[in-house]
Design a protein around this ligand. Structure first.
Ligand code: WT7
Length: 697
C-alpha cells in the first residue's frame, strides 16, 4: 500500500537539516515502522506506552474491537484495565521526573501586542491542582460533565486539566458559538457546572462572554434543566463592587490596573465589560482559588473511562458529542505530535487554532504537554493590529514549528510577502496545515514565502472523530506533493471504496474509509451509541467512513477532495446544511430553506442559502439581514451566511428530495447542470438563475 519507491520528480523533499536528529529520518524507516504498527499494534503502541506512567498495567486484551456492524455492536477498547491519569502524565511527570519544572509550558500572547505572560510546568501544575480542588469543593466528581466556554487564556488549559485530574469529563464549547449552541451542548451532555470568563477582545471587538453564558443558562432553565453553578474568570474586568462574590482581583495580569502597570508595553487599554452577577449561581474563579490547596491527588482512571466530549456538526443538524477516552487518546495525541512535528526539546511550537476545536485539544493541550514542549498560546487574530501579527509572534518567540489552517494562509497571502518579510523567520523548521484541502497556490506561498523553501509542510488530514492526524507526511521522511496529505500515520489503514462498497486498488477515487481502529479514534457519540454506528459504520460494514472523498494517485499518494455528505467546510470548520436550514426555517417568514457551499477565496466555502417564503411574505433587505442574524444567533458567527436568495420554488426530485447538486451550480452561476431527468418541475430552474444574488458573481 505504501509505495516501495517514491517518485523523484514532482516532489519536494524536506530540509536536509532536519534529518540529522529526526525521529523518523527516512521514508524507508517510516515504511518499516508502518508495517510493524499495522501488523503488531500491541508491540508498536506497547513500546510507546512505556514512556507514560501507569498506576496499574492493562489486564484485558491490548487492543480489542469490532469495526463491523454486521457482527454486532461497534466497540473499541485499548489497554483495557490499565489505569492512569493524563494530567499526571502531562504535568507531575514532567515536573518531578523529567526535570522540566522550570521549563516554560506556554508563552501566552494576548490580543493586544505587549500583553503577554509565561507559565512554567511547575506553575501550571500548581494552578491545575488548585482548580481541581475548587471543582471538588463544588461537588464535581469523577465522570461528571463540566462545560467550559472560555477565551484562549491559560486558565482554559487549567480548567480542562483540572477536570482531567479528578476524572471529570470536559466539554469545551468554542467561545465563538452562540448562547443557543452553548445551551444545546450543555443539555446534551448534562453538564452540572459551567466555567466561563467575563469577556475578551477579538481584535477591536468586545465579546461579552458572561452575557452569552447567562443567556445560555437561562435557556437551560426555560427547558427545565438548570445548571447548578457557573464559575467566572475575570480576564478583562474588575467586576464592580456591588457584584458581591467576585471582588477578589485576578492574579498577575488581565485587569485594567495590572495592564496599566505594563504601561508602555500594552498600547491600548480597553473598556471593561459590565458583568451581570447572580449570587445563587455565579462563583468567582479568583475567590475560589485563593483558598484552595495546590496539592491534589490525581484520580486514577481506566483506559476506557471517558476523557472529554467535543461537539461536531452532524448531518441531521443536531451536533454530535464525540467522546474520547483516556489511554488511547493520550498515546495518540502524544505520538502524532512528536512525530508529525518532529518535536525536539528546544522547540518553540505554535498552533494557531482555538482550544475550542479538536486541533486545540490535541495539539495545544494534550500532545505538546505530554511531550514537555514549550508552546505559544495566542488569544488574538492574525490580522490584528495588522496582517504581520503572526510573523511578529514567530519572530518574538523564535517559533520553530508552526501549525495553522489554509484559510489563514489564504487570508494573509492576499497582502503579499512584505508583511511576512518584515520579520525574521529563520527559526522556523516545520510548517503544518489542517482543516481543509490546501490549494497548491496557498501551499506554494506558505512554502516559498513563509518557510523560505526551507521548511517541509505537513498537510495533516484528520477529524474531531479521529483524535489526531490520520493521513500526514512526516517532515524529514516523506517526499511532499503540494496539496496531498500523503500517507497514513502509524496504525492507520486507509482504503478507497466505490459506491458499492468495493475496495479500489491503484490510482482511484471514491470514499475515504479506515479498515481498523487506531488508539485515538472516538469511542461513541455521547448518549447515542446508535448514532455513532449509523453515522460512521453503517454505509460500508467493516469500515469507519470519514465522509470525505479521496483520490489516490499513481504514486500511492492520498488527496482529500472534500466532503461528500451534507457538510460544509467554512474556514476549516464543519457545519451541516441541516443545522443552518433549521435555523432559517425558524423565522416566521420562511417556509423552506436549502443551503449549499459556494467556493470562497479565503474561507474555502461560504454559505449560500435559498429560502422559500410563506404566502404573503416579501423578500427584502430587512428580511435578509434578519435571516443572517437568525443563523448567527442560533449557531455562531462562523455560520453567518454570505448570500440569501429568494427561491419561490426549489429543485426537487419526484420523491421530494431537494437536489442540492443543482443548487450548488446555481449558486456559482454555472450553466451546465448535468443530468436533470429526476427533477420534478424544471420550471423552477430559470427562476432560480434569475433570482441569483447579484453580488454573487
Ligand atoms: C474535516 C474534519 C481535524 C481538525 C480540523 C477540522 C477536513 C481536515 C484536512 C486536510 C483536507 C481536511 C475534512 C475532515 N479536513 N483536515 N489536511 N485536508 N481536508 O476538524 O471539524 O472535525 O473537520 O475537515 O473534510 O473530514 P473537523
Amino acid at each position: 500500500m505504501i509505495p516501495d519507491k517514491v517518485p523523484e520528480q514532482d516532489v519536494i523533499l524536506g530540509s536536509g537539516d532536519l534529518k540529522k536528529d529526526a525521529h523518523i529520518p527516512t521514508f524507508e524507516k517510516y515504511k518499516e515502522l508502518y508495517v510493524n504498527s499495522v501488523e503488531n499494534p500491541e508491540e508498536f503502541w506497547g513500546t510507546l506506552a512505556k514512556d507514560f506512567f501507569w498506576k496499574t498495567k492493562h489486564t484485558g486484551q491490548f487492543f480489542n474491537y469490532n469495526f463491523d456492524v454486521t457482527k454486532g455492536e461497534i466497540f473499541i477498547k485499548f489497554m483495557e484495565g490499565a489505569s492512569t491519569n493524563i494530567c499526571y502524565n502531562l504535568l507531575d511527570r514532567n515536573v518531578y521526573e523529567k526535570n522540566l519544572a522550570d521549563k516554560i509550558a506556554f508563552f501566552w500572547e494576548g490580543n493586544e501586542p505587549g500583553d503577554d505572560l509565561t507559565v512554567t510546568y511547575k506553575e501550571l501544575l500548581q494552578r491545575v491542582c488548585q482548580f481541581a480542588n475548587v471543582l471538588k469543593s463544588q461537588g464535581v466528581q469523577k465522570g461528571d460533565r463540566v462545560s467550559i466556554y472560555m477565551p484562549m487564556v491559560v486558565e482554559l488549559v487549567v480548567a480542562m486539566l483540572a477536570c482531567v485530574r479528578i476524572g471529570a469529563v470536559h466539554s469545551i464549547v468554542f467561545a465563538g458559538f452562540s448562547a443557543e449552541s452553548l445551551c444545546e451542548r450543555i443539555l446534551d451532555s448534562q453538564c452540572s457546572l459551567l466555567i466561563t470568563a467575563d469577556g475578551f477582545y477579538r481584535g477591536d471587538k468586545l465579546i461579552n462572554l458572561k452575557l452569552l453564558a447567562d443567556e445560555a443558562l437561562q435557556k437551560c432553565i426555560d427547558k427545565g434543566v438548570p445548571v447548578k453553578k457557573c464559575i467566572m474568570l475575570k480576564h478583562l474586568s474588575k467586576v464592580p463592587e456591588e457584584t458581591a462574590g467576585c471582588n477578589s482581583p485576578p492574579p498577575k495580569r488581565s485587569c485594567p490596573d495590572l495592564q496599566e502597570k505594563q504601561a508602555g508595553k500594552v498600547k491600548k487599554i480597553r473598556p471593561v465589560p459590565q458583568v451581570p452577577w447572580n449570587p445563587d449561581v455565579d462563583l468567582c474563579w479568583h475567590t475560589l482559588i485563593s483558598g484552595a490547596s495546590d496539592e491534589c491527588e490525581p484520580e486514577w482512571c481506566d483506559s476506557e473511562d471517558p476523557l472529554f466530549i467535543l461537539y461536531t456538526s452532524g448531518s441531521t443538524g443536531k451536533p454530535k458529542g464525540v467522546l474520547h477516552t483516556v489511554s488511547g487518546y493520550m498515546l495518540y495525541a502524544a505520538t502524532t505530535f512528536k512525530l508529525v512535528f518532529d518535536y525536539q526539546p528546544d522547540d518553540v511550537y505554535w498552533c494557531t487554532a482555538d482550544i475550542g476545536w479538536i486541533t486545540g485539544h490535541s495539539y495545544i493541550t494534550y500532545g505538546p504537554l505530554a511531550n514537555g514542549a514549550t508552546s505559544v498560546l495566542f488569544e488574538g487574530l492574525p490580522t490584528y493590529p495588522d496582517v504581520s501579527r503572526m510573523w511578529e509572534i514567530v519572530d518574538k518567540y523564535s517559533v520553530t514549528k508552526f501549525y495553522t489552517a489554509p484559510t489563514a494562509i489564504r487570508l494573509l497571502m492576499k497582502f503579499g510577502s512584505d508583511p511576512v518579510q518584515k520579520y525574521n523567520r529563520k527559526s522556523l523548521k516545520v510548517l503544518g496545515t489542517v482543516g481543509e484541502p490546501i490549494n497548491p497556490e496557498a501551499w506554494q506561498w506558505y512554502y516559498n514565502v513563509v518557510g523560505e523553501k526551507r521548511c517541509p509542510i505537513v498537510d495533516t488530514f484528520w477529524q474531531t472523530e479521529t483524535g489526531g492526524h490520520v493521513l500526514t507526511p512526516l517532515p524529514a521522511a516523506t517526499p511532499l506533493k503540494p496539496g496531498s496529505a500523503t500517507f497514513p500515520f502509524f496504525g492507520v489503514v486507509p482504503a478507497i471504496l466505490n459506491e458499492s462498497g468495493e475496495e479500489l486498488t491503484g490510482p482511484s477515487e471514491g470514499y475515504l474509509v479506515f479498515k481498523q481502529p487506531w488508539p485515538g479514534v472516538m469511542r461513541t457519540v455521547y448518549g447515542n451509541h446508535q448514532r455513532f454506528e449509523t453515522t460512521y459504520f453503517k454505509k460500508f460494514p467493516g469500515y469507519y467512513v470519514t465522509g470525505d472523498g479521496c483520490r489516490r494517485d499513481e504514486d500511492g499518494y492520498y488527496w482529500i477532495t472534500g466532503r461528500i455528505d451534507d457538510m460544509l467546510n467554512v474556514s476549516g470548520h464543519l457545519l451541516s446544511t441541516a443545522e443552518v436550514e433549521s435555523a432559517l426555517v425558524e423565522h416566521k417568514a420562511v417556509a423552506e430553506a436549502a443551503v449549499v457551499g459556494r467556493p470562497h477565496p479565503v474561507k474555502g466555502e461560504s454559505l449560500y442559502c435559498f429560502v422559500t417564503l410563506n404566502d404573503g411574505m416579501t423578500f427584502n433587505q430587512k428580511l435578509e439581514s434578519e435571516l443572517k442574524k437568525k443563523v448567527r444567533d442560533k449557531i455562531g458567527a462562523i455560520a453567518t451566511p454570505d448570500f440569501i436568495q429568494n427561491a419561490p420554488g426549489l429543485p426537487k426530485t419526484r420523491s421530494g428530495k431537494i437536489m442540492r447538486r443543482l443548487l450548488r451550480k446555481i449558486a456559482c452561476n454555472e450553466k451546465d447542470l448535468g443530468d436533470v431527468s429526476t427533477l420534478a418541475d424544471s420550471s423552477v430552474i430559470d427562476q432560480l438563475y434569475q433570482n441569483r444574488c447579484c453580488s454573487a458573481v
